[in-house]
Ligand binder design. Structure first.
Ligand code: ZN
Length: 282
């Protein structure tokens, strides 16, 4: 009885060790390969190249402080003026439901931005386009946590003193720009939303006065207005010329030229495909 028990114990132990060894071998084989493959992909995509150097930026606005990197400071483009981020270029068909600096006792602070709405009221403006107020570099594009929803932040360089400021577009339903992308004034950034149902649809539009985002209670400051500027004043002080941003026009022209240089498709197309030359889109 004792000997049999001893035998089965040793058998169990050896089987267990064999199994553990196999698992370790599998982990080493596939785990190692996975990491190596990931590194290869990262190298190909150029994590430190021109494409995605800003991926190291903190993805959350709060808590903490967002500080533009030296590279972002260099890349922040000079604006030719600012225009309304919703409605028409001059902001017609919109209204500001909670102007900059308004004391909101319920939320315990002064509003650090402007709450822009379509004149239809309620959620009639949900899904309306949100445009870049000025030519800028995307320094944040992501979900910024409860109460914020999807957020895009652009960095701009002001004419005159070449100061770098940022504009923030909050509570979006969707975003269509990525970190590190350059956008022209009036380019689409995303659509108006409700911050995942937290509010009636509106755009929380903020102007940050420097490369650093002084963090406080989301969208409200207990004292003063932190390092924020009045968005309406910015629009009045640096009015955009009544023409499309030349940056956007030049970029579209380049896209068109690139499309014209595309060779006619010669490969056999799948059944049912209607061949269309890219130039026909322009
Ligand atoms: Zn707001």
């Amino acid at each position: 009885m004792g000997r049999r028990w001893q035998l089965s114990f040793w058998r169990c132990l050896s089987l267990g060790l064999l199994f553990a060894g196999l698992v370790a071998l599998l982990l080493w084989l596939f785990g190692g390969r996975g990491a190596a493959a990931e590194a290869a992909v990262a190298a190909q995509r150029g994590v430190y190249g021109a494409d995605e150097p800003l991926a190291e930026m903190p993805q959350r606005l709060l808590p903490g402080v967002m500080l533009l990197t030296a590279e972002q400071m260099v890349k922040a483009p000079l604006v030719d003026g600012f225009q309304s981020p919703i409605g028409t270029r001059s902001g017609a068909l919109t209204y500001d439901a909670q102007p900059f600096g308004t004391l909101n006792k319920a939320r315990g602070g002064h509003h650090t931005g402007a709450d822009l709405n379509g004149i239809g009221g309620q959620n009639s403006d949900e899904g309306d386009p949100v445009y870049a107020a000025g030519r800028g570099l995307v320094v944040f594009s992501g979900h910024a946590g409860p109460g914020w929803g999807e957020v895009v932040v652009l960095a701009h360089r002001l004419p005159g003193d070449a100061r770098v400021i940022q504009t923030l577009y909050g509570h979006l339903a969707s975003r269509c720009v990525r970190l590190g992308q350059m956008v022209g004034r009036g380019d689409l950034l995303g659509t108006m939303g409700t911050a995942d149902g937290a509010y009636l649809a509106h755009l929380h539009f903020e102007v940050i006065a420097s490369r650093c985002t002084e963090a406080g209670q989301p969208a409200y400051a207990k004292q003063g207005v932190m390092n924020r500027l009045d968005p309406q004043e910015l629009l009045t002080h640096y009015p955009a010329p009544p023409v499309p941003d030349p940056y956007t026009a030049v970029r579209r022209l380049r896209l068109r030229e690139a499309a014209l240089q595309q060779p006619e498709p010669t490969a056999e197309l799948p059944q049912g495909t209607i061949p269309v030359h890219p130039t026909r889109f322009f």
